[in-house]
Design a protein around this ligand. Structure first.
Ligand SMILES: *Cc1c(COP(=O)(O)O)cnc(C)c1O
Length: 385
């Protein structure tokens, strides 16, 4: 029987299953104790003060933008080498979006490009309200410099750390909020840990956390201090703004909590996979992901980039034909038809387009076996031969 080795997948064990079953047998499938337990555990893990669990990282990005007051007339900047959700969150708020070109090696938002674009934007009075750096593949962006630019130009920062829970940057965990206002994690099954669907926003700022907490549940409050009048009675609640139902269920939270306990083992396993790739692929006409020297990548993805003149399509199709579920991360967001219709043109971020043209994500996940990985390597060598 032929099978495909996927580019990413979850690692579920009996403890995970038992954790979900326990919730099923309990009184609360949602709005019970599993959600705050998961929030406290993630906050403790990444050194954040506050955590707000939601049903996806997409929802978390939306709430982060809302909590920071993004609205019509505002501009948000992000990286083009990302999933569309990093940019869509600004559009949900009625803001405009623009893209900052990336570092050609890491694919992360280029701080030099950001600095140049900010200087230009200041001249035209079009500075961004929020910048959303994306920690591509689990490698942190250069947050100290982005933070310094934020102070100079007055923008707020949301880290899209959908790939990067468990990553370490300059001696501290991604999510501790040293360099940003809010950090967002994803728990989709291909990410580092999973809750099925799910996401979380972490922050040092109690007011931002409170705002996201209210917005994930319709904009409703039960806190008399937030109401416009004294409560009618103990049943009373008020809707004081327009929120959503972005809540995470207790089933999902219990799975996420159980997974978080194994995050160190997951990341260590990913690093073993990367080390084996680095050794096995040495000498081939490829750029391998550059090492992180000031911390640790969470290694969500393992993108190789082909050296010219190899055809990316040929290599991609050759690998797919051999049962390797390779993928490409990412099509620059502004090239999507929805964004092109706003006026974005090819050539807007040349490094992003070059990165896209050469990239192929090889299978990378904690349970990738040595024999499956050897199969990936053999297939790649065959296709490149
Ligand atoms: C996966 C991902 C998202 C969206 O996460 P969901 O939890 O699926 O909503 C956002 N940004 C990036 C960079 C991602 O990889």
């Amino acid at each position: 029987m032929s099978r495909t080795i996927p580019y990413g997948r979850q690692a579920i064990d009996e403890d995970d299953i038992e954790a979900v079953v326990q919730v099923l047998r309990s009184d609360f499938l949602t709005q019970g104790p599993a959600v705050p337990a998961f929030e406290r555990a993630v906050a403790a893990h990444c050194g954040a003060r506050h955590a707000v669990a939601v049903n996806s990282a997409t929802s978390a990005l939306h709430l982060a933008c809302m909590a920071l007051g993004v609205g019509p007339g505002d501009i948000v900047w992000t990286s083009p080498v990302t999933f569309v959700a990093s940019a869509n969150c600004a559009l949900y708020c009625g803001a405009r979006i623009d893209f900052v070109d990336v570092d050609p090696e890491t694919g992360n938002l280029s701080v030099d490009a950001l600095a140049a674009k900010l200087a230009e934007a200041r001249r035209h009075n079009r500075l961004p309200k929020v910048v959303i750096p994306v920690h591509l593949c689990g490698r942190s962006c250069d947050m100290a410099r982005i933070h310094a630019l934020g102070l100079e130009y007055g923008f707020r920062i949301v880290e899209d750390a959908s790939h990067a829970i468990g990553a370490i940057h300059e001696g501290g965990p991604v999510g501790d909020g040293r360099y940003s206002d809010i950090t967002v994690f994803s728990f989709h099954p291909v990410k580092i840990i999973t809750s099925g669907e799910g996401g979380m926003a972490v922050t040092r700022d109690a007011a931002l956390a409170r705002s996201m907490d209210r917005l994930r549940s319709h904009g409703i409050t039960r806190d008399p201090a937030e109401m416009t009048q004294a409560p009618d009675g103990p049943w009373y609640y008020q809707q004081i703004e327009l929120g959503y139902n972005y809540r995470l269920t207790d089933l999902h939270a219990a799975l996420g909590f159980a997974q978080l306990r194994r995050i160190e083992a997951f990341i260590a396993a990913r690093h073993r996979v990367a080390a084996r790739y680095a050794k096995a692929l040495e000498g081939l006409p490829l750029h391998l992901p550059p090492e992180v020297t000031d911390g640790r990548s969470a290694l969500h993805l393992y993108p190789i980039r082909l050296s010219a003149p190899l055809s990316r399509r040929q290599v991609f199709e050759g690998l797919r034909q051999r049962g390797i579920g390779v993928n490409v991360h990412y099509i620059p967001v502004y090239l999507q038809p929805y964004y092109a219709a706003m006026g974005f043109q090819p050539g807007h971020c040349p490094n992003a387009e070059r990165y896209y043209a050469a990239a192929i994500s090889l299978p990378m996940y904690a349970t990738l076996s040595e024999s499956d990985q050897a199969w990936v390597v053999a297939a790649l060598k065959e296709v490149l031969a």
